[in-house]
Design a protein around this ligand. Structure first.
Ligand code: GLY
Length: 354
């Protein structure tokens, strides 16, 4: 099924159960695929180009040096300007393949076939491509929208349970971002992820990134849960998966909203979030480990009087509101201290109950 997207949207978006070979590029194309998906790709009746790259990239290899052999390989084929790169895999692979497509011959077309829930509902849509630098994640990249996104839910059967749950947090984020507490509660219940939720999340994100493709305003809302979330993810030594960290950051954001005088979230929703997050409690770093990471966040700016020894920074924070869309505020990183403490208390309480 082709999803409705805003007129003029850069990417055609398809959501299907089984892969459909007719959605592959009509002209010349090549593939960069996660090798774990090769069997499913071939069994799905999809063609395998002779110059395909089947690779395994971990989070630690999301580096510029990883894509250089791919670029050299395309130049040897040679892949011409009219060719399309098809990226098959999760967010790390699609971010790198999109970046390689943006760099090769100063930009060739690409399609993305996300195979993780996180990729389907977030990473693959919106044209953000990138790699990590030693100083932090996604510090280098390009906006280069894929021509087509083909999300085949059948690929999700290859996904370990923890990674499915990881993607579920981006769905919960999308619901809370819009103040849709009924939808958030539904997603938080145990039970399989529904295709209708993926469709709804894709439709919402398509609207946002179409209005603000370069994250100059509204698109920043998609970072809900990411401010403290990124700090927790890094402080855990990346033992927390990205979506899990976003889930923790999401609960902390609900608490921060209340601290900042916004309408409080119902206790039932906070409890439901804490219940689902409680198993992650041992991976939640203490506040002292998070604060320096918040000062160094890429959304943080040095304010007048800043020095390395006495940092004065301000950071873009997204505050959710029940029944309404989230809002943005620029705040000092230390405002997260109290929500972090409450987050730890709520998780401990739920872990004790379990
Ligand atoms: N993942 C957030 C964005 O695409 O803007």
């Amino acid at each position: 099924m082709r999803l409705a997207t805003p007129p003029g949207f850069a990417t055609e978006v398809f959501l299907l159960e089984a892969p459909d070979p007719s959605l592959l590029p009509e002209g010349p194309w090549t593939l960069v695929g996660d090798q774990r998906l090769r069997e499913a790709w071939i069994e799905g009746g999809l063609p395998e180009p002779s110059d395909a790259l089947w690779i395994s990239v971990s989070e630690e290899e999301k580096k510029l040096r990883t894509v250089i052999p791919w670029l050299e390989h395309w130049a040897r084929i040679p892949l011409h300007r009219d060719a399309t790169v098809v990226a098959l895999g999760g967010g790390v692979l699609s971010d790198l393949a999109g970046l390689a497509a943006a760099l090769y011959l100063r930009g060739i077309a690409w399609q993305v076939w996300p195979t993780t829930l996180l990729g389907m509902v977030d990473a693959a849509l919106g044209g953000k491509t990138g790699a990590d630098l030693a100083a932090g994640k996604n510090l280098v990249g390009a906006f280069h929208a894929p021509k087509r996104l083909v999300a085949c839910t059948g690929f999700l059967r290859t996904l370990p349970e923890r990674h499915m749950e990881n993607g579920r947090w981006e769905l919960v984020k999308t619901a809370i971002l819009q103040g849709e507490l009924g939808w958030a509660t539904e997603i938080l219940q145990t039970g399989p992820v529904r295709t209708g939720w993926i469709e709804r999340a894709l439709a919402y994100k398509a609207g946002v990134v179409h209005r603000d493709p370069r994250e100059a305003g509204e698109r920043r809302l998609l970072n809900l849960g990411h401010t403290l979330g990124h700090a927790l993810e890094a402080a855990s030594g990346y033992q927390l998966l990205h979506g899990e960290a976003v889930g923790l950051g999401l609960l902390a954001s609900c608490l921060l909203g209340e601290e900042q005088g916004l309408k409080p979230f119902p206790a039932e929703l906070l409890d439901a979030l804490a219940r689902r997050l409680a198993p992650l409690a041992p991976l939640v770093a203490p506040w002292q480990a998070c604060l320096p990471l918040l000062h160094r966040d890429k959304k943080a700016r040095h304010a007048p009087g800043h020095t390395e020894d006495a940092p004065v920074t301000e950071i873009h924070c997204i505050l959710p509101r029940p029944g309404e869309s989230a809002i943005q505020r620029v705040l000092a990183p230390r405002v997260w201290e109290a929500p972090h403490a409450r987050l730890v208390d709520l998780l401990d309480r739920e872990a004790t109950r379990a």
